[in-house]
Unconditional design. Sequence first.
Length: 180
Amino acid sequence: MSEAATPARIFVDMTMLSLLAIGGANAVVPEMHRVFVQNEHWLTSAEFAQLFAIAQIAPGPNITVFSLIGWRLAGFAGFFAASLAAIVPTCLVAAGVGLVMRRHADARWMRALRAGLAPVAIGLFLASGVVMARAADHDLQGYCATLATAALVLRTKLNPLAPLCAFAALALARSYFLLS
C-alpha cells in the first residue's frame, strides 16, 4: 500500500521533480505522472490531466501544476509544501549555476554543456505532450482534437487557445445534442 500524501512527502517528491525540471515544469510532466498516478496512486490519469490543464490555462508560471497537485493531495498544507518545493531548491541551484556560468562563460566545456542541454529539454517537452495526450484522450474525438491542434500549431502561427476553444465548443455542442 502506498504511503499517505502528507505535506512532508509532497515536499520531498516535488523537490526531486523540480530539480529535474530542465526547461521548466512541463519538462517533468511524464515523471510527475509516473510518481503521482502510476506509483503512488494518489491521482487518477484524468485528475492529473485536469490539474495540468487548469495550470496551463491559468495566468502565471507553469509551476502552478506543482501547487495544484499539492492542493489536491493535502489541501492548503500540500499547496504550500509543493509551492515551496517548486521554487526554493531550483532558485538556489539557479543562483549557483549562474555564478559558475558567469565565471566560465567562454569555456569550451560550458558551450558544449549549453548545446547538449537544448536537445534534452526538447525531448522532455515532447515526452510531456505524449503523456498528457494519453492521460486526457480516451476516445476518437479526443485523439482527433489533439492531433489537429498539434498540426495547426506546428504549421501556422495560430495560438493554441483558438483550437482548444473550438474543440471545447464542439464537445459541448455534441454533448448537448446527444443528451437532448
